[in-house]
Design a protein around this ligand. Structure first.
Ligand code: ZN
Length: 489
């Protein structure tokens, strides 16, 4: 491996040279989704960020064991220790078994990730499949004096831990500040201290997802699963732990505390966090009414979207920003990304049109070096993409006869572009089929917008005709509060 890769470590706030514990093996753990709803834009960012990392490490010759969990138990509302379990809540709303909800949304998640060409992890453990291991960790923390039982639940003793360690070292928080912020929020509680977090929760009588334990019939706290599953599959010391910046606190902070309190040392060498996605400059959220699912992006079927966007457009758009920058989605930005991606793919195809000359006026090694330098600098994909575009300009100049390439340089250029576009950035040639589907969605949406205008004018004849004709073609239209929904039968 002749490449030196630098990765930004959230723990040290610096870019560090990447040196795994046992090269060429690399242990990579990424916090996966809590599966209680359709995957949305926020899910695509960590998935694509760590897919890029996984692909690049693999390309450099590392043998990566990539573990990404599925949270199917213990993640309570608002990421707190009180409130309803997110999955149990969805099960109640949809009148399904909790594990039915998990399976349904996990399948949806996998389908969507496949469309985005996100490679599956090597191991995808479920929290509910590791209850015994989680109980073992809780026992160990009680034995070590860092956890206590209270009314059937078990909590981590943050104050005791913080006497010798720094609770807040990853997120840069101080317990005094945290305490001041939490005091008013905490109502009646079994905790000794408001900062303590749940390791095991006693289940209320109506709580369905429950397991027997020495303390109560209950369920594990959210943070326990990742400490347990990362170590089970990657060992007590492993290389990279990743996730979204929203998980930095409390989730990852609590993971560190649990690990240090149970084994005496931290297990993770490099902590990596992707930044968040905003929509038209605003935070996204179900309650804000601007949470768009990935499926809605792909069909273009959402009132905030002016047209459908292919999965590769979404992927390319995400890669055009550095993973540690915030990324703002808007129709204009996505349309620009779609055009850019077309230009890149066209440029790649143009390489085949080049007739080799005797000598080269372009140096492929320079482009190659620029591309690797960008990726080695904390996966700087936007810079790599800009170099790809610079190279495309050169390629097009060769095609038009203003520059030239000899046959060996031509082979080199083609290989470099193929490697970076398809293997490392993970882009795919979109089949006309996918493009056709996007166009089809756009046309249906266009007709339905005309129908809304017709109804506003009280031209019900036209409105009904559009609905009936679409129905005859197999497109079922349903009127909803802010517009319409449709599906192809
Ligand atoms: Zn996690």
């Amino acid at each position: 491996m002749d490449h030196i890769l630098y990765l930004y470590n959230t723990l040290s706030h610096t870019k560090e040279k990447f040196e795994p514990f046992h090269p060429p093996l690399v242990g990579l753990y990424v916090c996966g989704p809590t599966v209680y709803g359709d995957p949305h834009l926020g899910h695509a960012r960590p998935a694509i960020t760590f897919d890029l990392l996984y692909r690049y490490l693999t390309h450099l010759g590392f043998k990566v064991r990539y573990v990404r969990n599925i949270t199917d138990v213990g993640h309570l509302e608002q990421d707190l220790d009180e409130g309803e379990d997110k999955i149990a809540r969805q099960a109640r709303i949809e009148k399904m078994e909790p594990m039915e909800v998990v399976q349904y949304y996990m399948n949806r998640y996998h389908d969507t990730m496949r469309k985005l060409n996100v490679l599956p992890p090597n191991i995808e453990p479920l929290a509910s499949g590791h209850i015994i291991e989680q109980q073992e960790l809780v026992k160990k923390l009680i034995d070590n004096g860092y956890a206590y039982e209270s009314n059937g639940s078990v909590y981590f003793d943050v104050e005791k831990y913080n006497n010798k360690n720094h609770y807040g070292k990853l997120s840069g928080r101080k317990t005094e500040d945290l305490l001041a912020a939490s005091r008013e929020l905490e109502k009646q509680s079994d905790k000794r201290n408001p900062l303590d977090f749940a390791l095991w929760k006693k289940a209320e009588p109506q709580h369905i997802m429950r397991w027997p334990s020495p303390w109560s019939d209950g369920f594990p706290g959210w943070h326990v699963e990742c400490s347990v599953m990362s170590q089970k599959y990657l060992g007590n010391r492993f290389d990279i732990h990743g996730g979204g910046m929203d998980l930095l606190f409390p989730h990852h902070e609590c993971e560190i505390a649990q690990t240090v309190a149970s084994q005496g040392t931290e297990s993770v060498k490099y902590w990596m966090h992707n930044n968040m996605v905003t929509l038209n400059g605003k935070k996204m959220g179900k309650s804000l009414g601007n949470s768009i699912t990935l499926e809605e992006f792909i069909t273009g079927h959402h009132k905030l979207l002016s047209n459908a966007y292919s999965p590769m457009t979404i992927r390319f758009f995400m890669l055009q920003a550095h993973y540690r920058s915030t990324l703002d989605f808007s129709n204009e930005a996505l349309q620009a990304a779609a055009k850019g991606l077309d230009r890149l793919m066209e440029g790649f195809k143009n390489i085949d049109k080049i007739i080799p000359a005797k000598k080269s006026t372009i140096n492929p090694d320079r482009i190659k070096k620029e591309l690797y330098d960008a990726m080695n600098d904390d996966l700087n994909s936007p810079i790599a993409i800009s170099h790809l575009f610079d190279g495309i300009r050169d390629i097009n100049s060769v095609v038009s006869g203003n520059e030239s390439l000899n046959s060996s340089d031509l082979v080199k250029i083609k290989k470099i572009y193929h490697t970076f576009i398809f293997d490392i950035l993970g882009l795919q040639e979109e089949k006309d089929d996918a493009k056709g589907k996007g166009l089809l969605s756009d046309l249906i949406n266009l007709l339905l917008m005309i129908r809304i205008d017709a109804r506003k004018r009280k031209d019900f004849e036209t409105a009904d005709r559009i609905r009936d004709e679409l129905s005859r073609l197999g497109v079922e239209v349903r009127d909803v509060k802010d517009g319409y929904e449709w599906k192809i039968n």
